[in-house]
Design a binder for this molecule. Structure first.
Ligand SMILES: Nc1ncnc2c1ncn2[C@@H]1O[C@H](COP(=O)(O)OP(=O)(O)O)[C@@H](O)[C@H]1O
Ligand SMILES: [Mg+2]
Length: 315
């Protein structure tokens, strides 16, 4: 049987005494999208760099299509496309010239290189801007050109490192559509993101990374079910009331957590009538609330909830 396109086993990465990755394992079956979800500094780029042979792991093994990223880096490079923080686009060259150059570097003849470049420019709706220097592109166009550049060599596996961070909502949705088209063509994708909604939309399964460790994995549905289908958030008029608010909601049968940054308490709820339970419990305890909301769980809710469970099981 063919090896899965992406396999990571017990990978660690040390920078001096600092552990950027700690015993990370995951695998991505062919044609699947894995969403690697984590805040800034979680270790996402470090893992992408290891998988794309740019930096060796300190321990453990990583394979692309069965090839070891350290010992068989040449075979690995022939199969991957990388876009992200350090994509290979030359700012001074036009979009067209960038893509032609990459195709030539990958060994295509003049005519074939031009043809591939034009194909990708059409696909990514960059035809009109094809002859302008890349430095004049908007953020969304630049991101599309990065992605096009990574696809020149028809890779089986692509790494998208925070492909939509910093993009406006329209460009973001355009990029999602492009990724979905790639996946329809059978490409295997590892996508890193800080956004639960992005992983939810694109990923078949999600691995949550926190301080270099895998803290959860499953489908978006499974992660949300752990947190609750929705999250009620009560912003406290007086942040010092947080302990009493947690106690009041606990007594009402909810599992609240404290969101210190937002001066709020949040609790997973499974039906909107539970919002009334939140209001009543806080009111009965005489706690003044300056804002109240019901929303989809965010990455922060997932983290808060995981941290909450971890501290409960440690207690
Ligand atoms: N070359 C390096 N030397 C030292 N520390 C590093 C290096 N690269 C990354 N780190 C640290 O490793 C952690 C993970 O970084 P990174 O993988 O870039 O996170 P993410 O991509 O999830 O934001 C961070 O704390 C970062 O400062
Ligand atoms: Mg990063």
């Amino acid at each position: 049987m063919a090896r899965p396109p992406i396999e990571v086993e017990n990978v660690t990465k040390d920078f001096g005494k600092f552990k950027a990755l700690d015993d990370v394992s995951l695998r991505v079956p062919e044609g699947n999208v894995l969403g690697l979800l984590g805040h800034n500094g979680a270790g996402k780029t470090t893992l992408v760099n290891i998988l794309s042979t740019l930096s060796p792991p300190t321990g453990g093994t990583a394979r692309i299509a069965g090839y070891d990223v350290v010992r068989q880096s040449r075979q690995v490079c022939a199969r991957i496309g990388l876009t992200g923080q350090f994509a290979a686009v030359d700012e001074q060259l036009s979009g067209l010239d960038n893509l032609v150059l990459i195709a030539r570097l990958l060994g295509a003849g003049k005519r074939a290189a031009k043809q591939r470049a034009e194909e990708l420019l059409t696909l990514f709706e960059l035809t009109e801007a094809a002859k302008r220097p890349a430095r004049t592109y908007s953020g969304g166009m630049r991101r599309r050109l990065d992605l096009a550049a990574s696809l020149v060599g028809h890779p089986d596996v692509i790494f998208l490192d925070e492909p939509t961070t910093g993009l406006d909502p329209t460009s973001r949705m355009g990029l999602w559509q492009i990724v979905e088209n790639l996946v329809d063509d059978g490409t295997t994708v590892l996508l890193t993101t800080q956004y639960l909604d992005e992983a939810d939309r694109l990923a078949d399964s999600i691995t949550v990374l926190s301080s270099g460790k895998v803290v959860a994995s499953g489908t978006a549905e499974e992660l949300k079910a752990e947190v609750g289908q929705r999250t009620a958030t009560a912003t406290l008029a007086d942040p010092a009331e947080a302990p009493r608010a947690l106690e009041a909601l606990g007594r009402a049968g909810l599992s609240p957590v404290h969101d210190e940054q937002r001066h709020a308490v949040t609790a997973p709820v499974n039906a909107s009538h539970e919002l009334a339970v939140v209001v009543r419990a806080l009111d009965e305890a005489g706690i003044e609330v300056s804002g109240l909301g019901l929303g989809e769980p965010t990455l922060d809710d997932v983290y808060l909830n995981l941290a909450h469970h971890a501290s409960e099981s440690a207690a």
